[in-house]
Design a protein around this ligand. Structure first.
Ligand code: NBG
Length: 821
């Protein structure tokens, strides 16, 4: 029986949900319960949940037609949303009813949650940040559209074979995607290649026409992004590339069927696959095509929405605040100019004003080699009209620079949008900066270093444009969804307002750090989460971790600057101590690693092999049995992350100071009660400030010390020569101790450390080891450790993405928050 007055599509009583699931199974999946597969059931439940978002979704889209409302347009080549079902149930507040409804049908909700294949449309932190920001935008009831690419294949699935990473195609769409709504009628044409022609229009004005070589079409796929327990449902609009019909036609007319099909294949290639690098790779035409493709569709869509509000094009910036998530979408500066000047016939100066007021740019990296630049010939071949526009932007920009700094040719060359120091390149960070009214870094240290290193000249020119917005993560997915037991405990203690108002409310658990009963429950929950993770690890790897050992975890992309191999040096050091003194008492530890290496990044892949090789030796050594365990958790992604963070006790944030822009995993760990061992890098600095230095394990050189040591001429070999423990560890790796006698395998890694060590592992080694000893002794005192853990969570308010979004609204988008403030 349905609850009184309940609708089959919207009702949230157990009876309504149950009926709806069975209905959707029949009418959407075309199955009866007897024949339904697990995926059929998952789909039926997913559609049932989606139905319950649509009323608010449609209403929110209607609100976007209101000319008074400014819409945030978050342009990002990556959105790492994670599995939708659990999160949507949570945000709608119908998890318990749905669990019960499923149960009455004979289904386990957890099995259905496990059935969902996550959309891995991102590489790491940058893509996941975009997803957290979408959650906060909706929850703060800010109208927002996330614009990106609907990659057919997301980030590869990682398998481990013989200790090595093997990449497998991610076929996430294979079984269908119930969360998206395809909108074939929302589509735009995007041009590529060809040439431009100048002409005088009927008023005698100089105009440019672009005659492209190729045209593809972008189709919108919309995914609702619900707020946490509020009416707002924002939208993720991803573009899929397709062939335009006219091309098929032409070929058909001359009877060339195969050419028509070829054209279709080429067009569909644009949104085919996510580039699996978290640093850009120079010279991939397809990547530039992807960037331009999604940016052009998105800007055309925004202009359509703006004009549909009945407003003139000259007020575009009042309708949209466009945020460029790194330089990947920075072609938007030139594309908006093209649309305004060439298509909407606006004069250059007005168009430039509007562009600057609309755009803002977030930088996510300090690694100079990671700043995107495109070889000029490639750029010209792909986007001839945009190159002309960029030249014109550059001409005016550099005139201004010359005017302000007469005679400084060096400065002009450094600031130019075109790098002419050797082979010519278009500098995308410069384009983004010149075309934006705000430029931000993602943590205080990072923003500060930006103005002193990679963007220094731009900062000197436009100091008022630079601001900091420290990253944040959503406490909904990362605590309420991932850690239900902790969520229940906190809610029992301080009520449930903390989930929505994390910034102010979570602090209320601070006094409970002194409550022995609370501490005991806290520990029980951690123990339970560890046991749950241990079971998953056993299932995935065959390794059986001891749930009473200290869970010491490093999960993130594999990169030399993140220094997973420094962690390995500590593991081997501990191992050597036990070998020499088997009877000694030590705190048992389980070291867990997870993360993907870019497929072409040799050293990162070798680090994975090293971890697995060390694991093999240590895990099978009877002398250490149960005391040290090393695990490489394969295929780290959002789904597995939700099991990993809640089980962590120690969070490894050990990048070389000055290299990690912010980090966001560091926040997820700390929010789940892990203590951090870390350097003064990225947001670690602010996390330590918030939780208190006595609740944070700090080690290593500061960014400034790293800089100075390098300036003095860093010699890693000096550290090697003078530290016997370090020497022993390096020699073991070198000699084949962990590679069955193969002394060649890890040679590139060891030689790099001894001769160059660009990330200064050897300089930080002893400080890291000492700090790890401090961790062990702190862990010895479980009451003290628990107190520190509680204080970490209590003081994480600042790192809610709600706070970040509030700051973006205030200092960048000029949007007044109506609610939740
Ligand atoms: C990454 C940084 C991280 C940061 C995220 C989100 C890129 C280019 N940058 O430190 O490495 O947390 O961006 O800002 O992926």
């Amino acid at each position: 029986m349905l609850g009184t007055g309940e609708n089959i599509r919207t009702g949230t009583s157990i009876a309504s949900l149950k009926k709806a699931i069975l209905d959707n199974l029949y009418y959407i999946q075309g199955r009866t319960p007897e024949l339904a597969t697990k995926n059929d059931w998952y789909m039926a439940v997913a559609y049932t949940v989606r139905d319950r978002m649509l009323r608010h979704f449609i209403h929110s889209l209607k609100r976007m037609q209101d000319a008074k409302v400014k819409i945030v347009s978050y342009l990002s080549a990556e959105f790492l949303m994670g599995p939708h079902l659990g999160n949507n149930l949570l945000n709608l507040g119908i998890t318990d009813q749905t669990r019960q409804a499923a149960k009455e049908i004979g289904l386990e909700l957890n099995d259905l949650l496990a059935q969902e294949e996550e959309p891995g449309l991102g590489n790491g932190g940058l893509g996941r940040l975009a997803a957290c920001y979408m959650d906060s935008l909706a929850s703060l009831t800010v109208p927002a559209i996330g614009y990106g690419i609907r990659y057919e294949f997301g980030i590869f699935d990682q398998e481990i074979h013989d200790g090595w990473q093997v990449e497998k195609t991610d076929k996430w769409l294979r079984l269908g995607n119930p969360w998206e709504i395809c909108r074939p009628e929302i589509s735009y044409e995007v041009n590529f290649g060809g040439h431009t022609a100048q002409y005088l229009d009927d008023k005698g004005c100089f105009r440019v026409r672009w005659n492209p070589h190729r045209v593809v079409k972008g189709i919108a796929y919309d995914t609702p992004v619900p707020s946490y327990r509020d009416d707002m449902v924002d939208m993720l609009r991803l573009w899929k590339s397709e062939a335009i019909e006219s091309f098929d036609f032409q070929a058909f007319n001359v009877g060339d069927y195969y050419k028509a099909v070829d054209m279709k294949v080429v067009s569909e290639t644009v949104s085919k696959v996510l580039y699996p690098n978290d640093e850009p790779e120079i010279g991939k035409t397809l990547r530039l095509a992807q960037q331009y493709f999604f940016v052009s569709c998105s800007l055309q869509d925004m202009i359509r929405i703006h004009l549909a509000r009945g407003k003139g094009i000259e007020t575009f910036h009042e309708s949209f605040a466009v945020q460029l998530n790194d330089t990947h979408p920075s072609i938007a500066v030139a594309e908006l100019m093209r649309l305004l000047v060439d298509e909407h016939l606006m004069d250059w100066d007005s168009a430039w004003q509007i562009t600057g007021k609309t755009m803002a740019y977030t930088n996510h990296t300090l690694l100079p080699e990671a700043l995107e630049k495109w070889p000029l010939p490639l750029f010209k071949r792909t986007l001839p009209r945009h190159l002309e526009i960029i030249y014109e932007i550059n001409r005016r920009f550099l005139d201004d620079v010359r005017h302000r700094y007469p005679g400084d040719d060096g400065l002009v060359a450094r600031l130019s949008l075109i790098d002419e120091s050797g082979e010519k390149y278009v500098r995308m960070a410069h384009l983004a900066s010149v075309g934006s009214h705000r430029i931000n870094g993602v943590a205080a240290l990072h923003s500060n270093l930006l103005t002193r290193t990679v963007l220094k000249d731009l900062y000197d020119l436009y100091p008022d444009r630079f601001v900091n917005v420290t990253n944040g993560v959503t406490p909904r997915r990362w605590i309420a969804l991932s850690n239900p037991s902790l969520t229940a405990l906190i809610t029992r203690s301080i009520g449930d307002r903390w989930i929505r108002h994390f910034e102010d409310e979570i602090r209320k658990i601070e006094p409970l750090a002194d409550d022995a009963g609370f501490r005991q429950e806290w520990r029980k929950i951690k123990r339970k989460n560890k046991a749950r993770l241990a079971a998953i690890i056993q299932e995935r790897t065959g390794i059986v971790p001891n749930p009473d050992s200290l869970f010491d975890i490093q999960v993130k992309r594999i990169h030399e600057y993140k220094r997973q191999h420094l962690n390995v040096l500590n593991i081997i050091t501990l191992y050597n101590r036990i070998r020499k003194n088997p009877g000694q008492e030590i705190i048992p530890r389980t070291f867990i690693f997870g993360g993907k290496a870019a497929p072409g990044y040799f050293m990162a892949k070798l680090i994975i092999k090293l971890i697995n090789s060390v694991a093999e030796v240590i895990n099978t050594d009877q002398d250490v049995a149960g005391r040290l365990t090393v695990v490489f958790f394969p295929d780290f992604n959002v789904k597995s992350a939700q099991h990993i963070y809640p089980a962590a006790e120690l969070s490894e944030q050990i990048s070389t100071a000055g290299k990690e822009a912010s980090g966001t995993g560091n926040m997820k760990f700390s929010m789940n009660g892990a203590l951090t061992i870390g350097t003064l890098d990225g947001a670690n600095v602010e996390i330590r400030e918030e939780v208190g230095q006595e609740n944070f394990f700090l080690f290593g050189l500061s960014a400034e010390e790293v800089h100075n040591e390098k300036a003095r001429g860093y010699r890693p070999r000096d550290y090697y020569d003078s530290n016997p423990c370090l020497r022993e560890v390096i020699e073991q790796i070198w000699s084949g101790y962990f590679s069955r006698g193969d002394a060649e395998l890890f040679r590139p890694l060891v030689e790099n450390l001894l001769n160059h060590d660009p990330f200064m592992l050897l300089a930080d080694y002893q400080s890291y080891i000492d700090c790890q000893d401090g961790v062990s002794s702190a862990y010895h005192d479980q009451e003290r450790w628990t107190r520190m853990s509680i204080l970490n969570v209590a003081r994480m308010g600042k790192f809610s993405s709600d706070r970040s979004i509030r700051e973006y609204c205030d200092t960048i988008w000029n949007i007044k928050l109506t609610k939740g403030g």
